[in-house]
Write a protein that binds this ligand. Structure first.
Ligand code: MD3
Ligand code: FE
Length: 204
């Protein structure tokens, strides 16, 4: 028997394996290249003064930024220019997987090189945690770890692959999560290798 890839539920996180087919993944990478031309990737600094391994940029009315002044959403790139609009293909993906009429106002784009990782954290800079977060993985496989709403809660891990979509809603919205490592060379989508993660959010 065959059919759609099964949905995985990991501590309340809905993972939709291979939600985006390869042809569409390539089109999304082209969309994101255009975003990065208008709003170049930066390697942000945490409030604690540590440079992040992940490179970031954003599209939409708000972009997520961090520097020694703190984590926050800003209407402009650190260079002082407005963020470009969210690519329509991503707005359609959001509508498809959430069923919501409300559009996201932030599209955070993370780029991981072979050795980048992201420590366990919660996403809590948004004004209303009632809105879901939608995540799309492109490029190399990444070991995603998710726990509960307390840092000390037990965690589970799953490999996210190119085209996988995760929907974070309900209790999972405030779950601790992070990326432990990539599997370099596991995808040929990005010619230079590495991984892009896109998160769509209602920030404002
Ligand atoms: C669980 N990004 O940008 S995506 C982030 O792969 C972030 O770049 C990771 O964590 C990445 O904040 C993980 C999956 C994800 C995104 C948002 C979440 C999981 C989440 C928000 C709440 C709970
Ligand atoms: Fe996060």
């Amino acid at each position: 028997m065959s059919g759609p890839a099964p949905e995985i539920a990991l501590l309340g996180v809905r993972i939709l394996p291979e939600c985006v087919p390869p042809s569409e993944q390539a089109a999304l990478v082209a969309d994101l290249r255009a975003v990065a031309r208008a709003a170049p990737f930066v390697q942000p600094v945490t409030p604690g003064g540590r440079r992040m391994r992940v490179r970031m940029t954003s599209a939409g009315r708000f972009g997520w930024v961090t520097d020694t002044r703190g984590y926050r959403y800003e209407p402009q790139h650190p260079a002082g220019t407005p963020w470009p609009p969210i690519p329509p293909r991503l707005l359609r993906l959001w509508a498809e997987v959430t069923g919501l009429a409300r559009e996201p106002d932030c599209c955070l784009v993370n780029y991981y090189d072979a050795s980048a990782r992201m420590g366990l954290h919660q996403d809590r800079d948004e004004a209303d945690f009632g809105w879901p977060v939608v995540s799309l993985s492109l490029g190399d496989d990444a070991l995603f770890r998710v726990g509960g709403t307390r840092r000390s809660d037990p965690t589970r891990s799953v490999w996210l692959r190119s085209g996988d979509v995760a929907v974070l809603a309900g209790a999972a919205r405030l779950a601790f999560h992070g990326i432990d490592r990539l599997r370099p060379g596991s995808s040929s989508l990005l010619p230079q290798g590495g991984r892009i993660n896109v998160t769509l959010r209602v920030a404002g």
